[in-house]
Write a protein that binds this ligand. Sequence first.
Ligand code: GLC
Length: 449
Amino acid sequence: METFRRSLSRRGLLGIAGAGAALTTVAPVRAQETTTYAPPTDPTTSTVAERDRREEWWHEARFGMFVHFGLYSELGRHEWAMEQEGIPVAEYQELAKRFNPQPHAARAWAKLAKQAGMKYMVMTTKHHEGFCLFNTKLTDYCAPKQAAGRDLVAEYVEAVRAEGLRLGFYYSLMDWHHPDGARCKTDEGARRRFVDYIHGQVRELCSNYGQLDVMWYDVNWPLTPEGWEAVKLNKMVRQLQPNILINNRTGIPEDFTTPEQQIRASSAPWEACMTMNDSWGFNRGDDNWKSPKTIVRNLLQCARDGGNYLLNIGPHGDGTIPQPSIDTLSSVGKWMDRHGELIHRADNCRVKRSELAAFTRQGNTLYVHVHAWPGDTFGVGGLKGKVLSAKLFPSGTPVRFQQSELRVRFDGLPQTAPDPIATVIALEMDGVPEQDNLAVRTNRKRESV
Ligand code: GLC
């Protein structure tokens, strides 16, 4: 913790949020949650200093694309359908005989990610259903040996690299298809076989695709980290991929924590992962899409509190992206074209309070991202320090302002929002911007009229 604090200040970051700070629930967390993920603390198979060095690109990246793709994409009823609908293995695996996405479908994903201002991607190489998108010697239940007839992970890797993005693999430990996937809990022989299978596949993923930047495990049911031999597993991963970042979902803390469907800042590095509707895998009937504005607000909150935002797409079975995701990410991308530097180079920011705006900071400059544009005038209360100038970003148009002890007030603003997603006012201050949330309530003059 101390070392992390130091490393943050070395990187010019100030004011890390304490554990438990800034919890925002933005979508329902599912009852299907079966894993308690490792708490934010120092990595198990790395030093903090090494982690900080390996993580430099990732902090600056801030924004990544998650891709949930598998047989459930062909089914189109959510990636948990096999379990939640009680579909027998023999029936479910028939999907592998028709799942055959368009060649190089991943190129459109990577292009969209880049256009949206994202800097890395993480794709499901094997989800809980057990079907492997990669070529594995350890099972025939994999894309190259079924209808697709080719390695879909290799296509994804090529697409990600072609766009100059960093490369991540999601890999589910829980497996609903493998014969030992449940009995490994009570049968030592089954555990041995299953753990060898999992370690063997992770070894393949870390050996066959060149440099890998992120290993993103998921659900460690039904074993403990000891049962998974998680320390040994991650030591192997680091040996094969010395610069890799590893998440916490084997159950031991490693390089970052993974708050899901919520933005929860912690003292250790964190990445909030989130869906664009309420499903990770393609779900035909789920139309509960987030707006571009909501997505930008979430991203701003992550940037403000020093975290990353991993935002999901769930392509159709043929690999094409649902149109609402394309439209929304294209709008987000247009906003990122003008404002991306405020996200990628954000320092932690302690100014938080406004119902109209979100805040980010770079050095002594406070960026006020107004999502609920008021027209003409509004204010920010409790700012400490002196505002030296106020300008619209990126145009540089001066904004009229007055500062008194408790308020900075802007006026003469355009009636309609210059940017419908979030219009940014840059405030140059005489020091690191801070806000005292109680100042207005405590110190306002209360004389009666
Ligand atoms: C959960 C879900 C899963 C999804 C993942 C993403 O663990 O089981 O379907 O892949 O979270 O964070």
